[in-house]
Design a protein. Structure first.
Length: 454
């Protein structure tokens, strides 16, 4: 029997064959076309000798290729490692050495990966080897595999197996790979889908980088999970803000997802207020960081749509705490309350490090038991590294990152509080506070701002 993740992700590619799956400003890909691409990738996995649990590294800026290759790996039990096309060769080499993949896709030629690694192109000159790569294809109709022939359906991976690896911060010699299990991914997709009313008719406007967790999991993967469409507008640029927002209306978006910085720039530079006033648009969402309360309320008033703030990390798949307009969400302006997981402060204090536990919390770092040990409490709670305050109503307030807290003359200063206060001033567009060394006080807080000069 196929596991739940594969069954849920694979089903729409048959049941919704003629519906849109991946929509860009240049065209659309239906579920049927995407299914053909997945079939080609499954054949490529066979050609490379990949089994369930083997890794595939994908370095590409071709969005359709990235999405189809990633989902192909998910449904087949192969573990994808997605990197931006601009990922430096040194970092790619370090990740390849760490994960020992059986297949590598790259827009550009691969660097020397060492004497123990052989390279065999899937097209051109087949040579016996365990590592393969593809050069940039002339077109994306085959999603990077124009010469491959689809020949089988997905395999049946274990429900508790590894879904994907996402590499976050770390030096090129010591990349940190977050292990997300199939159970983690399914749990978070279920929560997000329920909270924000995703249905087959949904159209998810998510233009974030696919190699980042919110770009892929709350984009193509979330779309496939619900049998709906994901919309891509080519990337946000301040100088093209009107065209970018116009796509929200033109593509008939139901859910608009981006980061607080982009929302701040929209608030500052967008000339109109009607981009989301079509009846199908039901949610505006911000992810990856906490949005200042004043900005969040201003955007809700301006665009007349409910807004939600997702708090999460790569280690929680996407989201863990939620705030905004909605009965199940925490209060607007707070970090939110946990949904389908648990949150606490270390040692039961009112203020301290936020700790999380739940089915959406990752299993540990790839082949790094020491970092994994340090990241969890003895009783199994994940240490987020975020400093919070607990409220009696079940919400949490963000106070700052533990690593960014500034200690000056024995006084604890939280940069986020300074920045939020500065951004309340109408003349301030952006604010950033850092700690600088000081002979007398140890370190002092220094704030830089971008001013509205008009």
């Amino acid at each position: 029997m196929t596991d739940h993740l594969t069954q849920r992700l694979w089903s729409p590619f048959w049941s919704r064959a003629h519906d849109e799956f991946f929509v860009t400003v240049n065209g659309r890909i239906t579920y049927r076309q995407a299914r053909d691409g997945i079939g080609r990738w499954l054949t490529a996995f066979d050609a490379a000798g990949l089994g369930i649990g083997d890794r595939v590294v994908i370095r590409t800026d071709q969005e359709a290729v990235a999405a189809i290759a990633f989902i192909s790996a998910l449904v087949d039990g192969v573990v994808p490692v997605l990197l931006e096309g601009t990922c430096p060769d040194a970092r790619l080499s370090a990740i390849v050495a760490a994960v020992e993949p059986g297949l590598v896709l790259s827009d550009s030629a691969l660097p020397d990966l060492g004497p123990d690694v052989s390279i065999r192109p899937l097209v051109d000159e087949p040579k016996p080897a365990r590592l393969s790569f593809l050069k940039r294809p002339a077109k994306t109709a085959g999603f990077g595999l124009d010469d491959a022939v689809a020949s089988r359906s997905p395999r049946q991976p274990a429900h508790d197996g590894l879904a994907y690896l996402m590499f976050t911060s770390g030096t090129t010699s010591e990349p940190a790979g977050v292990q997300i299990t199939r159970k983690n991914l399914a749990a978070n997709l279920n929560t997000i889908s329920r909270l924000f009313d995703y249905i087959p008719a949904s159209r998810i406007f998510n233009d974030m980088i696919l190699a980042h967790t919110d770009g892929m999991t709350q984009g193509p993967v979330l779309a496939a999970w619900n049998g709906c469409a994901v919309l891509r507008a080519g990337g946000f640029e301040v100088g093209q803000v009107e065209n970018w927002l116009g796509q929200v209306r033109q593509m008939r978006a139901t859910h608009v997802i981006t980061v607080p910085t982009v929302w701040s720039l929209i608030d500052r530079y967008a000339a109109h207020d009607d981009y989301s006033d079509a009846p199908e648009c039901i949610w505006l969402m911000t992810v990856a960081d906490k949005m200042p309360e004043a900005l969040m309320r201003r955007l809700e008033d301006r665009f007349s749509r409910p807004m939600a703030n997702h708090y999460g990390l790569t280690e929680t798949v996407a989201s863990a705490l939620y705030s905004g307009s909605g009965d199940a969400l925490g209060e607007t302006g707070s970090l939110g309350r946990p949904v389908d997981c648990e949150a606490r402060i270390a040692e039961g204090a009112d203020e301290g490090e936020l700790e999380l536990r739940g089915d959406n919390v990752f299993s540990g770092y790839w082949r790094n038991p020491e970092r994994t040990r340090q990241s969890f409490t003895e009783d199994g709670w994940f240490r987020t590294g975020d400093l919070v305050r607990a409220r009696q109503d079940g919400n949490f307030e963000m106070l700052g990152r533990l690593k960014t807290v500034i200690m000056t003359g024995g006084v604890l200063i939280r940069p986020d509080e300074i920045d939020e206060a500065m951004q309340r001033h109408p003349a301030v567009i952006e604010s950033a506070t850092v700690g600088l060394p000081d002979e007398m006080f140890g370190e002092i807080a220094v704030t830089g701002v971008t001013l509205n000069t008009e």
